[in-house]
Design a binder for this molecule. Structure first.
Ligand SMILES: NC(=O)C1=CN([C@@H]2O[C@H](COP(=O)(O)OP(=O)(O)OC[C@H]3O[C@@H](n4cnc5c(N)ncnc54)[C@H](OP(=O)(O)O)[C@@H]3O)[C@@H](O)[C@H]2O)C=CC1
Ligand SMILES: O=C(O)[C@@H]1CCC=N1
Length: 266
């Protein structure tokens, strides 16, 4: 696959790492105005770093846009003359609708919106996908890419804002939970490195139990909570202090923020 990542920042670099590590490219163009920020990709076979988005578009079949929402319109306008009807446009840009993309490049393009997360760098992204009508014919291509780099799910575009919070921002939310668990482990007597090891692998185990067994979390919780034991004591204290409520309220706040992002960012 001849892929270009237009805007190789935090997410773009994560996607590039995942694509390279999984041998998912024939050629890969990485674009950015300040190329020193992606010098780590210099010297990779079949990887080209450039400031020239038009060159990247012309040399690639699949274009993954990973720029800030406020830059997207200007970039689409500038690359539009170089698009062919065979290009597959994959936008990871938050809050930028398919209708808005079509209004700039036309409806006769394969347009897909993807919401991956930075775990794509290690082949573990949860990525949500949707497309315009023409893009339905290429959604399998997007699924093939993102399934190679984790797990994907096709959803209606109306759920894309929610998917951004749950999956993309979700990495940050889970990191904070893992950090809090680490801090507790230190207070309970582990050194910092061991504490993080315990927190990371325990959270991995919890997720894998659900992925492998397909159970509801409460079913797995029931297996851990010995009557009158320490687990239920801890869980109930966390809920008295608002653990679930705080997470839900935080995610709703994050969701509500998305509709204001485009206007605010510069
Ligand atoms: N970070 C994440 O975890 C996720 C982000 N997203 C979405 O992905 C997009 C990117 O986010 P993120 O990676 O965090 O943002 P970053 O700011 O880290 O990356 C954007 C990159 O675009 C580059 N850029 C800006 N203008 C141009 C241009 N004209 N041509 C080429 N490159 C350009 C910038 O570099 P330079 O200034 O040097 O050109 C920058 O490195 C956003 O829309 C975000 O909402 C979606 C899911 C997860
Ligand atoms: O925080 C943000 O706005 C972007 C979208 C999801 C992850 N990063």
């Amino acid at each position: 696959m001849k892929i270009a990542i237009i805007g190789t920042g935090n997410l773009g670099k994560s996607i590039a790492k995942g694509l390279i590590a999984n041998n998912a490219i024939t050629t890969l163009y990485l674009t950015k105005r300040a190329l020193e920020g992606i010098s780590e990709f210099e010297g990779y076979k079949n990887v080209t770093l450039t400031t020239d988005n038009n060159e990247a578009v012309q040399k690639s079949d699949i274009l993954i846009f990973a720029i800030q929402p406020s830059h997207f319109e200007e970039i689409l306008i500038s690359i539009a003359p170089f698009l062919t009807e065979n290009h597959v446009l994959i936008s990871t840009v938050t809050g930028f609708t398919i209708a808005k993309i079509e209004s700039i490049v036309g409806e006769n393009q394969f347009i897909i919106r993807a919401m991956p997360n930075t775990a794509i760098a290690v082949g573990k992204s949860m990525t949500c996908l949707c497309s315009n009508t023409k893009g339905e014919k290429r959604i399998k291509v997007a699924e093939a890419i993102f399934n190679r780099l984790g797990h994907s799910l096709c959803i209606p575009e109306t759920q894309m804002q929610a998917a951004t919070v749950v999956c993309a921002s979700g990495i940050a939310f889970w990191m904070r939970l893992i950090r809090a668990t680490t801090q507790a482990a230190i207070q309970l007597g582990f050194d910092a490195k061991e504490a993080q090891e315990l927190a990371m692998y325990t959270s991995e185990g919890a997720a894998n139990l659900l992925i492998t067994n397909g159970n509801h979390p409460e079913e797995e919780i029931d297996r851990v909570t010995t009557p009158k034991g320490c687990t239920i004591e801890g869980l109930n204290e966390m809920e008295h202090k608002g653990l679930s409520s705080s997470l839900i309220q935080g995610m709703i706040a994050s969701f509500n923020k998305i509709s204001t992002i485009k206007e605010e960012q510069i």
